[in-house]
Design a protein around this ligand. Structure first.
Ligand code: F6P
Length: 326
């Protein structure tokens, strides 16, 4: 492999708090090791269209505390075609970029894997998504901030739910993963979480009702993970209206506010650590791996493994929630 002298960096897919901290860490670590850095705007779209600019240390000043991504992000159809990827490769060569750092979720890392296979380009992925659904890392950049945002919202909903003695279904993001739903339900002291991982095993609404939530409480909050597999919060509210009309039901869909806000200390540290490790990995000659943290140690996870969509939910947490919600 030829020596890497210039790194391209991009953020892709849904933005996540901490992406800016990762951009800063990649840029500064690369410069520290004598490499040149180029920022690619709007994810793969900017690689295809050539929206690329050299980044110096000052370009990433004062961004560690900001949510979103200063590089912007996009979901890019062109990059899904061989012609689009060829154009992207030509732009990379034109700009003198020898290796890519991609910050994003499973779609973004799948794109990097295909690109690396086709053009023999060293690509390093950083897990940037609030969904926490990448295998091989204990948490993803943005997940902790989103969890805390949900917690703040649910604490507020609790006030009104208690006052009116209502049953609330609160829908949270996560695409097809229940990490945000299950962990926010535990942290906010909720009565149940309805998650995609269990959608085919049991009728989760029946389970919740059977658990006897009205024995000791007059109000309840159930967190529902958005997903076609669960049907979402509206689906359960409709069911309760029809099957248990005695309950006064309301729905809150938290939506995109979960993706915003200043990153927590956890996400800033994780992003800084992973960003620095991405450059170390490139200098070691690693390619086509995602950098993760497992048991507080930096690890390299092959793209194919990271994106397999089989990161397991911890069953122990499901039992904890059940026991604590009596
Ligand atoms: O992957 C992050 C995520 O926020 C998911 O939780 C959600 O399903 C999706 O992105 C929403 O995407 P968009 O912003 O394109 O509507």
């Amino acid at each position: 492999m030829s020596e890497v002298k210039c790194i391209g960096i991009l953020t892709s897919g849904g933005d996540a708090p901490g992406m800016n901290a990762a951009i800063r860490a990649v840029t500064r670590t690369a410069i520290y090791h004598g490499l040149q850095v180029k920022g690619i705007y709007r994810g793969y779209k900017g690689l295809v269209s050539g929206e690329i600019k050299e980044f110096k240390s000052q370009n990433v000043s004062n961004i560690i505390q900001l949510g979103g991504t200063i590089l912007k992000t996009a979901r890019c159809k062109e990059f899904r075609t061989p012609e689009g990827r060829k154009q992207a490769y030509e732009n990379m060569k034109k700009e003198g970029i020898d290796a890519l750092v991609v910050i994003g979720g499973d779609g973004s890392l799948s794109g990097a894997r295909t690109f690396a296979q086709e053009f023999d380009v060293p690509c390093i992925g950083l897990p940037g998504t609030i969904d926490n659904d990448l295998y091989g890392t204990d948490t993803t950049i943005g997940y902790d901030t989103a969890l805390n945002t949900i917690l703040n919202c649910v604490d507020k909903i609790r006030d009104t739910a208690t006052s009116h003695e209502r049953l609330f279904f609160v829908e949270v993001m996560g695409r097809d993963a229940g990490f945000l739903a299950l962990n926010s339900a535990i942290a906010a002291g909720c009565e149940a979480a309805i998650i995609p991982e269990f959608s085919t095993e049991v009728d989760q609404l029946e389970e919740f009702i059977k658990n006897g939530f009205r024995k000791s409480k007059n109000s309840s909050i159930v967190i529902v993970a958005e997903s076609e597999l669960t049907g979402g919060a509206m689906h359960y509210a409709e069911r309760v209206k029809n099957e248990y009309p005695q309950y006064d039901v309301r729905v809150t869909i938290l939506g995109h506010l979960q993706r915003g806000g200043s990153p927590t200390a956890h996400d800033r540290i994780l992003a800084s650590r992973l960003g620095a490790a991405a450059i170390d990995a490139i200098l070691e000659g690693q390619r086509n791996v995602m950098i993760g943290v497992q048991n507080d140690e930096v690890v390299y996870v092959p793209f194919t493994r990271a994106i397999k969509k089989d990161k397991p939910i911890q069953h122990e947490l499901v039992d904890v929630l059940k026991a604590l919600s009596i």
